[in-house]
Write a new protein. Structure first.
Length: 186
């Protein structure tokens, strides 16, 4: 489902965001549109962390490199806590656990960078026994561009929800079964 194509002059339509229920993600999406100032996407220079301090623990800045590689430039403290590792400076394909999930994550980054548009995804992570939902991840990928054409960085917000404390204590160091339940190019 495509919401809005983000051409020059695109505006935030609250009706388009009905699938996104997480207020912090909506806040970042609206901020990204505001700093784009009518352009297809903003640049890193437009992004001022002091504008959105409450979101910083959930944010990541990821460099887009040649050969479809992505490197974590900055990872917020909440992401470090949830993942159980600070991957700052490391490549996404070297950090994300499990072949299937790694391919899923790289596909999301690739879609954001190639299409030059935001991508929203929700995934359920399932228990190894019984395949019951243990956690839910809501994530928004927002392209940034220095030249207005080529995406050279992706601004990411991740929000985790857990069924129980024991699940959270295991962090995200292994690759549990998962399924994407929502996928939208904005």
């Amino acid at each position: 489902m495509r919401w809005c194509g983000m051409p020059d002059g695109a505006t935030f339509d609250p009706d388009d965001a009905l699938t996104i229920s997480e207020p912090r993600i909506l806040e970042l999406y609206a901020y990204w549109q505001r700093i784009a100032a009518g352009r297809g996407m903003p640049s890193r220079k437009d992004f001022d962390p002091t504008d959105i301090p409450r979101l910083l623990p959930h944010l990541m800045l990821v460099d887009v490199l040649p050969g479809d590689r992505y490197r974590y430039r900055l990872i917020g403290t909440e992401n470090v806590h949830e993942h159980g590792v600070d991957a700052t400076g490391r490549y996404v394909d070297e950090v994300v656990p499990g072949l299937e999930y790694k391919e899923h994550v790289l596909k999301l980054y690739g879609e954001c960078a190639r299409e030059r548009r935001p991508v929203y995804s929700e995934s359920e992570f399932l228990s190894p026994v019984g395949f019951k939902t243990e956690r839910l991840l809501k994530v928004l990928f927002l392209p940034l561009s220095e030249d207005g054409e080529t995406v050279n960085m992706v601004l990411v917000i991740q929000i985790f929800a857990f069924v129980g404390y024991a699940v959270r204590a295991r962090h995200f160091l292994h690759a549990p079964p998962h399924r994407e339940v929502v996928h939208n190019a904005l």
